[in-house]
Ligand binder design. Structure first.
Ligand code: ADP
Length: 702
């Protein structure tokens, strides 16, 4: 299929200083939980993006020195760090893309737990976060040293093969932005005081980089134009504009975003596509250099509109490139129905924060490109004679059927309900979660192109029907049900008196069975659902008291970058928010609560209680399928997957379905199911006892 001509603009080359990108698709730097701990996984993931058609593929942040030492990200302290970065750049080049590296010194943002070097900052201040560490004020000699480190890193980045090097002042966390901010910078020398002085370091880093490599390598500035906290923020909007004007044509590329990461990486609950345009649109009018910006872009029309209306030259993407590494290639080929759109769940961020390879709600192969050799577009052809019955068309069942269908297996997919999608269809009706439906829509669209996959909605399967289906392999993706007895993370036994106040569960909410009056919502799940259901109840006219045994509302949303936004919203919509509070029981019309740290009991009058505590696998069908009857029915194996195996995130359900599609199983294997990369031992490492160890390569330390 050929693409609509109005999208041609996205495939124009753009000159970035001494280099040229083949199109306008620009994968901006993003964390991925792989970094230097999983270097080949990181490199392969970047390569796959290049294969998918991104004109520029960037690394995540890359430390330049041990005094700004991030625990997980890349580093380029000296030439020892070149090999694995070179592997990433090489992979990107193999597919005709440009490779960019985001060099960073994190200043007072990091406590330097690994290196134990005292952090440095424009002025002395406690480091960000909770570690009891204070950054010391930089001397002039420190500033000169920083410029030297940055210059060395820039030169080493060129040696590693990068086409674009960054000066990173993009979020409220790096030294150039610390110097810019009056909140961080109380210096009285030529690096403090006036804006001209506070921007001096940023200018010098740019000039140094250009002087060092500018003949061959582009120098980009990642700059947060607004912290969105008004005057005095890391990037005060008025001052930020003045900075853009002062530095206008100095960088070869402006990579602009919001300095406030909560806003910059907002989930779909809190920001829609293109939400940053209003903040960054002026930049292109100030500089003659190309401008790249982000906005969780997944719609080709909006992307082309951004270029045509003069907001951006290059369409930046982090999360959309994770959800669909082949997004540019598909647009180029006109395969617009095949675009797998980011849902904005921020499950990627949550796993980067956990220090493991990121995962994606939409793309189960993310992070698995190298270690499991999973490709987002290709999958091995059918290699067994099986025909497969999948019961349940939620995210797990849909993905299993899709992957098996792609492999060429004959599949029957049955679903009890009229609508496909299981929990994503149900949850997407809740406030802010409409994008969840993309998980269903993409898979249903793909399945429609597969004549060997039969989809049977409104077909509830019993054990007898499974035996009669005539398939050799059965996948059960029957989902889970929320508990109504209060058992969850805190309570291992049903709550005393449960039922004395009418009980509702998330399943009731999603089926449209809502309480009225004053409702106590008890969240012992701690992900998004408790707060989202609260919003739904408030919209339906209920008064809600939100109670949670955690000290934070929706505590897990710290990982998804939503915590501050959720807190603010709950404080606005709820009658009362009670944290560190547990339900201890019920009497008629009252919910008895207690402070978890012993602050004393309290009785809340309530017309109803909504228990968002935990869910249980729906394994009824699995238990009804008697092993002895399977063989005579020609069924060689029954496999559970998704929430029916173990309730979790939508991403986990999709992954489980995909794993079944690839391996025809979901259980543990004797061997680790993926390749691992171990750290090489240094040659001078004393070995315990008589142990002999063969060193690989030169036994380099990293
Ligand atoms: P997951 O997240 O694991 O995909 P979901 O709860 O989203 O789980 O989806 C499970 C789906 O399975 C639901 O749409 C449900 O209606 C369907 N289902 C459950 N039991 C049966 C059954 N016996 N026959 C057909 N469909 C079923």
């Amino acid at each position: 299929m050929s693409r609509p001509p109005e999208l041609d603009v996205l495939f124009e080359p753009v000159r970035i200083g001494p280099v040229t990108t083949k199109n306008r698709f620009y994968q901006v730097p993003h964390c991925n939980g792989m970094g230097r701990a999983y270097p080949s996984a990181m490199a392969r993931m970047r390569e796959v993006k290049a294969e998918g058609g991104w004109g520029v593929v960037s690394t995540e942040q890359c430390d330049i020195h041990h005094s700004g030492n991030h625990l997980r990200e890349l580093r380029l302290w000296d030439e020892k760090d070149i090999p694995y970065l070179a592997r990433a750049a090489e992979g990107v080049h193999r597919h005709g893309a440009l490779a960019a590296v985001e060099l960073v010194h994190n200043g007072a943002h990091v406590p330097n737990l690994e290196s134990r070097t005292i952090p440095i900052a424009p002025s002395a201040r406690p480091v960000k976060g909770l570690h009891p560490v204070t950054a010391r004020a930089m001397t002039k000699a420190d500033i000169r040293a920083l410029r030297r480190w940055h210059r060395h890193a820039v030169l080493n980045a060129r040696r590693a093969g990068f086409d674009i090097v960054y000066v990173y002042a993009g979020h409220d966390m790096t030294l150039p932005v610390n110097f810019l901010s009056r909140r961080y910078n109380q210096r009285t020398d030529e690096y403090g005081g006036s804006l001209e002085n506070r921007v001096r370091l940023m200018r010098e880093l740019l000039e140094d980089a250009k002087e060092a490599v500018g003949d061959t390598t582009a120098v980009a500035l990642r700059f947060g134009v607004d912290q969105v906290i008004g005057p005095g923020g890391a990037a005060d909007p008025q001052e930020a504009r003045a900075v853009v004007e002062m530095l206008a044509d100095l960088p070869d590329l402006w990579d602009v975003n919001l300095a406030n990461f909560e806003k910059d990486g907002a989930s779909a609950r809190f920001a829609g596509e293109g939400a940053q345009a209003e903040y960054v649109s002026y930049v292109r009018g100030v500089t003659s250099r190309p401008v790249v910006g982000v906005g969780r872009f997944t719609s080709p029309d909006i992307m082309a509109g951004m270029v045509r209306s003069g907001v951006l030259d290059l369409i930046g993407a982090a999360r959309p490139s994770i959800a669909d590494p082949f997004l540019p290639r598909k647009i180029e080929n006109g395969d617009l129905d095949d675009l797998r759109e980011c849902v904005g769940s921020n499950v990627c961020l949550a796993h980067d924060a956990a220090g493991v390879p990121i995962r994606c709600t939409q793309n189960p192969t993310m992070g698995e490109e190298w270690r499991r050799n999973w490709h987002p577009e290709r999958i091995p052809a059918r290699d067994t004679p099986d025909s497969v019955l999948i019961v349940g068309a939620g995210p797990a069942g849909l993905e299993a059927a899709r992957a098996l269908g792609q492999r060429g297996y004959p599949v029957i997919l049955t679903e009890r309900r009229r609508e496909l999608g299981g929990r994503v269809t149900l949850e997407s009706s809740l406030p802010g979660l409409h994008t969840w439906a993309r998980v269903r829509d993409w898979r249903v669209q793909q399945l429609r192109t597969m004549p060997h996959v039969r989809i049977l909605p409104q077909s509830e399967m019993t054990a007898d029907l499974v035996l009669e289906a005539g398939c050799s392999l059965v996948g059960l993706a029957t989902g889970a049900r929320w508990r109504g007895d209060g058992v969850g993370r805190r309570h291992t036994e049903p709550l005393p008196g449960v039922g004395l106040v009418p009980v509702f569960t998330p399943d009731d909410m999603m089926a449209g069975r809502l309480p009225a009056g004053h409702v106590v919502l008890y969240d012992d799940d701690h992900d998004y659902l408790g707060a989202v259901i609260t919003e739904r109840l408030v919209a339906a006219g209920c008064e809600v008291t939100f109670v949670t045994p955690q000290s934070l509302v929706s505590a897990y949303t710290q990982a998804t970058n939503e915590q501050g936004l959720v807190q603010r919203r709950m404080r606005t919509v709820c009658r009362q928010v009670r944290v560190s509070t547990q339900i201890t029981g019920f009497t008629a019309g009252t919910v008895v609560v207690d402070d978890v740290y012993g602050g004393g009991a309290d009785a809340l009058t309530a017309d109803a209680v909504v228990l968002v505590t935990s869910s249980m696998p729906d394994d009824r069908l699995y238990r009804e399928l008697v092993p002895s009857s399977l063989k005579s029915a020609g069924i060689r194996k029954v496999v559970q997957m998704g929430d029916a195996l173990a309730p979790g995130t939508i991403a986990a359900a999709v992954f489980s379905g995909h794993l079944f599609g690839r391996t025809l199983d979901t259980g543990p294997t004797d061997e680790a199911p993926y390749r691992r990369e171990n750290v090489e031992l240094a040659p001078d490492q004393p070995l315990p006892g008589d142990m002999k160890l063969e060193l690989i390569g030169e036994g380099r330390t990293t």
